[in-house]
Ligand binder design. Structure first.
Ligand SMILES: Cc1cc2nc3c(=O)[nH]c(=O)nc-3n(C[C@H](O)[C@H](O)[C@H](O)COP(=O)(O)OP(=O)(O)OC[C@H]3O[C@@H](n4cnc5c(N)ncnc54)[C@H](O)[C@@H]3O)c2cc1C
Length: 580
């Protein structure tokens, strides 16, 4: 089945919906989501969205941009970061005008709270910059944008899983998708296509990410020759529920929560004397692992699954109930404790992909590091790399990224669609997709149980060898093991061959994506011989600006990953040592 639109948006999280709103006003736009739109991971975002509104204390977009650059360990493109911080103020009021119910101060203004790495006056002290709707900020953003899309007659294809892209040379002509209810393969053609498929935390064993976060967009594009940027930088959030990874928002520390080791010591005094528990996430995650390695974890046996405590007992019942109701309920449901009375056992959890599909500030996808772009191909949100997060994202800057760059991409895409002719592209994507599924369902491969043990192995390798701390032998081991798993994948065969809602097949397709992205991440990490932001090497503990102040571009070529580089925009602030 072939369908024609002006524009396609793959993904119905915050980035996809904002782009669709802008594109939909100006062109015939279809949005695809493999889950129902409002079940996108944006709905799980808790803590807030940053903007220097200055509602509670003095603040400036320039301070916000500086914090973003420094937080990202100077791998951030600085003009893009300034744009993010400057457009944040309008973006938040825009969301408010569209109906988003933010928490308010007693004077009726949007309330703001502290978050890690956000400071006043270039690092003096923590500042209140995060706007929030209790601990359901992402949920509110998603509901608000979805309602606006319905109002503006955007067409939704819910429960359609995109499995390939139509790329002919440097021109994008659409996508190929499976309709989950029927198993039918559909081709959608358009003048422009935007990928907003979110993150890929499911590469790791312990993660805060939803099951749907399997990096389908970046993987599909990488297999068709699109480079991926800075994939070695994957953020671990310091406070996932121990053993489960479910996120306990940084908002808990923003409201006064404190990290403690087994002797009840506030250990962050040793690692970030000024910002303490509100230092950026890469530093806090390293501090937690260091405490565990020192034998200061709760069990004290230095094991990888050891943990520390997040102490929210000083926050008080009323604030917990009013400002952190979901977090309190998670603690009751998953741990059987009330955070007002008991400390929460936490450990670092794989959380956010700083790297992804390389774009400019209009969401146009780059084909190299020399300023060339694909025609009609766009990306926004977590799957994209603008790059405003550099080597480490600050909390609350992702929701902001979705809104600012989702919108910008939607506007540029709509303008492109207005001017461009329908592309005459030749592609084997639809036939290739059908063949691939036929081979997986009927091929000669060995049958594997549901879910497959390959997933488990991949997640363990990534957690242990490409985790918070890295070193050459571990990464070498990981690259070899991931290559073996990719070989094994070729023999996989899906047990269930039914057409309707064949989740077995869909999971196997997602596994291929995760395996490809894991390999790209491991190779990019092994190559970068320095420590910067979330990429922390025991064998190269220092940042090395002379050799490594550059973006990585990774090109997947069958069984190898070729690397090239791109300059970082440091036009505003010269890189300095990071102290907090
Ligand atoms: C638990 C948690 C809490 C967070 N809290 C915060 C916070 O407080 N503040 C903050 O700034 N950031 C936060 N983040 C990060 C932020 O929420 C995410 O980075 C952001 O929501 C990603 O949005 P997105 O639009 O890029 O993608 P998502 O919201 O993940 O949406 C992806 C979309 O793509 C679709 N999709 C994917 N693959 C396919 C496919 N093959 N075919 C069709 N559709 C597909 C999905 O169905 C979905 O609609 C949090 C993240 C997590 C996991």
């Amino acid at each position: 089945m072939i369908h024609e639109f002006d524009a396609l948006v793959i993904g119905a999280g915050g980035a996809g919906l904002f782009a669709a709103l802008e594109a939909g006003k100006r062109s015939r736009t279809a949005v695809f989501s493999k889950v129902h739109a409002v079940r996108s991971h944006t709905g799980a975002a808790q803590g807030g969205i940053s903007a220097a509104l200055g509602n509670v204390e003095e603040d400036k977009p320039e301070w916000h941009a500086f914090d973003t650059v420094k937080g990202g360990d100077y791998l951030v493109d600085q003009a893009a970061a300034l744009m993010l911080a400057e457009e944040a103020v309008h973006a938040v009021y825009d969301l408010e005008n569209r109906g988003l119910p933010f928490n308010r101060t007693s004077e009726g203004r949007i309330d703001q709270r502290r978050f890690g790495g956000h400071t006043r006056n270039f690092g003096e002290a923590a500042v209140r910059r995060s706007c929030y709707a209790a601990d359901r900020t992402g949920h509110m953003i998603l509901q608000t944008l979805y309602q606006q899309c319905i109002k503006h007659d955007v067409t939704f294809y819910d429960e359609f899983q995109v499995i390939d892209v139509i790329l002919d040379g440097k021109t994008c002509g659409g996508i190929v998708a499976v309709e989950l209810a029927t198993g039918d393969i559909h081709t959608f053609t358009a003048r422009a296509t935007l990928f907003a498929t979110g993150g890929f935390g499911r590469m790791f064993k312990i993660t805060s990410n939803a099951y749907a976060n399997t990096g389908d967009g970046p993987a599909v594009l990488a297999r068709r020759g699109v480079p991926l940027e800075d994939m070695e930088f994957f953020q671990f959030h310091p406070t996932g529920i121990q053993g489960m990874g479910i996120l306990i928002s940084e908002a808990v520390r923003g409201e006064g929560g404190i990290l403690r080791n087994r002797t009840d010591e506030r250990f962050m005094v040793h690692y970030a004397p000024t910002l303490l528990d509100l230092a950026p996430r890469d530093m806090v995650s390293r501090a937690v692992i260091s405490e565990i390695k020192l034998g200061n974890g709760i069990r004290g046996d230095k094991r990888i699954d050891d943990y520390v405590y997040l102490d929210a007992t000083g926050i008080g019942k009323e604030t917990l109930n009013n400002k952190l109701p979901d977090i309190s309920s998670f603690c009751r449901t998953y741990l059987g404790i009330d955070p007002a009375d008991s400390k929460i056992p936490v450990q670092p959890t794989a959380h956010y992909a700083m790297g992804g599909i390389p774009t400019d500030v209009h969401g146009r996808v780059r084909c190299d590091g020399e300023g060339n772009f694909y025609d009609g191909l766009y990306a926004a949100g977590e799957c994209a790399c603008v790059s405003v997060h550099g080597a480490n994202r600050l909390g609350t800057n992702s929701l902001l990224d979705l809104v600012v760059f989702g919108k910008r991409a939607g506007i540029h895409l709509a303008e492109f669609v207005r001017q461009a002719d329908r592309p005459d592209v030749k592609s084997d994507a639809a036939v290739a997709a059908k063949n691939k599924i036929a081979v997986l369902c009927r091929g000669n491969g060995r049958k594997r149980p549901r879910g497959s043990d390959l997933t488990e192995k991949m997640q363990r390798i990534m957690m242990e060898d490409i985790g918070v701390y890295r070193n050459e032998p571990a990464m070498e081991r990981a690259v070899a093991a991931l290559n073996e798993l990719r070989e094994d994948y070729k023999n996989i065969r899906v047990g269930d061959t039914s057409k309707s809602f064949n989740t077995d097949l869909l999971e196997v397709l997602e596994l291929e994506n995760l395996l490809d992205l894991s390999l790209i991440t491991a190779v990019s990490a092994k190559n970068r011989k320095e420590s910067r932001g979330a990429h922390s090497r025991e064998d190269y503990p220092n940042r090395d600006d002379a050799n490594w102040l550059k973006h990585t571009l990774a090109h997947l070529e069958d069984n190898t990953v070729r690397l090239s580089y791109m300059d970082v925009d440091t036009s505003r602030w010269a890189p300095k040592a990071r102290k907090y």
